[in-house]
Design a protein around this ligand. Structure first.
Ligand code: SF4
Ligand code: SF4
Length: 383
């Protein structure tokens, strides 16, 4: 037991302290949307005066009012085919997008994106060749946590692409194109290789998985201290309700319900509030006993990814001609995925491509391969 507690505490301490240092080195920018400014336009105000009053530079004015010449600056603000309300809305939209853009560390984003692709391709080939096993699984998770969490920070993350996009559109009816691109790239990764970005790339997902493995026996098959497989209907229902609450709060009150409790802030410790710290602590402790609690119960990308996973090209498949019905895979699976596959359930939970099932199968009947997943013969796993 002490081994688990020490590994857990040490990991959290290293992640938090190293993240503090990393943020200092990167001189992290604050990613916060600006408050809307209230725009007051006098009847005879020219565009030049308007720009001066609200500190809007020429390119910004050009974007808002579609200026065509220098002379436009001397026209009245109300001569551009927009009423006061429309101008105010447009000004705030343009300023928000500019702030979004300015708040990003683009070097870090491009570096992280590139490294994600390289890292996941390497893991994919190792996985396909059956080279991921108990002796190296934890190290790969640790490497992902160090590279994509500690060194490259909490943003961007797969979760952020869904959550931030929803909040921005809900509160300001705005789309930030780079985020949309990132979202589709992540989704493409899900479609190509069954949630591989969550499995091996997401900084928080891999941290939870690493912690979960601390509480497993030396063959990575059973929990040492009572691990629980929560029925998927429960975890997914909570996740759907949470997603709906996130959407409703964003659209009705322009409020981001994830922000105060965002567990990705473990990689941005200075931003953790008391409530967020308590929630984060609960998620991390729960990770010892439940497989990826944040992913299964709350993560918006987890939910979207689970839906997209249905059309994944590469996925876990069982060759029922080789299978000897021992169900060792189902027992070793940290979740209820393998059980659902073998029992022909209509709803198959999120598979995080961990490879426990492949490694455990005594008949080498399981593979991570392309093509349709066959259902087992009707009575093969009848109790
Ligand atoms: S589901 Fe888990 S692994 Fe995937 S984005 Fe969310 S936190 Fe990360
Ligand atoms: S089905 Fe296999 S790869 Fe998927 S989560 Fe279970 S053990 Fe891991």
């Amino acid at each position: 037991m002490w081994r688990i507690i020490i590994a857990f505490v040490l990991t959290i301490m290293v992640v938090v302290s190293a993240s503090v240092v990393s943020i200092r080195l990167w001189a992290g920018k604050k990613e916060q949307l600006p408050e809307d400014i209230s725009v007051i336009i006098d009847n005879d105000m020219t565009l030049a005066q308007f720009g001066q009053k609200y500190n809007l530079r020429r390119p910004t004015l050009k974007e808002i009012f579609n200026l065509t010449s220098q002379a436009d600056l001397n026209k009245s603000v109300l001569d551009f085919g927009m009423n006061r309300q429309q101008i105010s809305k447009k000004v705030n939209q343009v300023l928000t997008l500019q702030a979004e853009h300015a708040s990003k560390n683009w070097i870090k984003i491009v570096l992280k994106g590139g490294l994600w692709i390289v890292f996941l391709i390497v893991v994919f080939f190792l996985f396909r060749k059956g080279k991921i096993n108990t002796s190296n699984r934890k190290w790969i998770y640790a490497a992902a946590v160090i590279i994509f969490g500690i060194i490259l920070g909490s943003d961007p993350s797969p979760m952020g692409t869904v959550k931030d996009a929803l909040v921005l559109f809900g509160s300001k009816r705005l789309i930030f194109p780079p985020r949309l691109i990132a979202f589709f790239v992540f989704l493409l990764m899900v479609v190509l290789a069954n949630k591989f970005i969550c499995s091996w790339g997401c900084q928080l997902g891999t941290l939870q998985d690493l912690i979960f493995r601390f509480n497993r026996d030396s063959r990575d098959r059973n929990g040492l201290f009572g691990q629980v497989k929560i029925p998927f209907i429960i975890s997914n229902s909570v996740r759907i309700i949470f997603f709906l609450a996130l959407t409703i709060a964003a659209f009705l009150w322009a409020f981001d319900i994830v922000e105060p409790v965002d567990p990705f802030k473990i990689f941005k410790p200075q931003a953790i509030s008391i409530v967020g710290g308590i929630f984060l602590g609960l998620i991390l402790v729960a990770s010892l006993f439940v497989y990826r609690p944040w992913c299964h119960f709350f993560c918006p990308f987890g939910l979207v990814g689970w839906l997209a996973e249905k059309i994944s090209i590469f996925k876990i498949k069982v060759d029922y001609d080789k299978c000897i019905s021992c169900q060792a895979c189902s027992k070793a699976c940290p979740s209820t995925v393998m059980d659902a596959i073998l029992k022909r359930d209509k709803v198959v939970p999120d598979c995080f491509s961990c490879g426990n099932c492949i490694e455990t199968c005594p008949a080498a009947a399981i593979s991570f391969s392309s093509g349709k997943r066959q259902k087992p013969p009707q009575d093969k796993f009848a109790e």
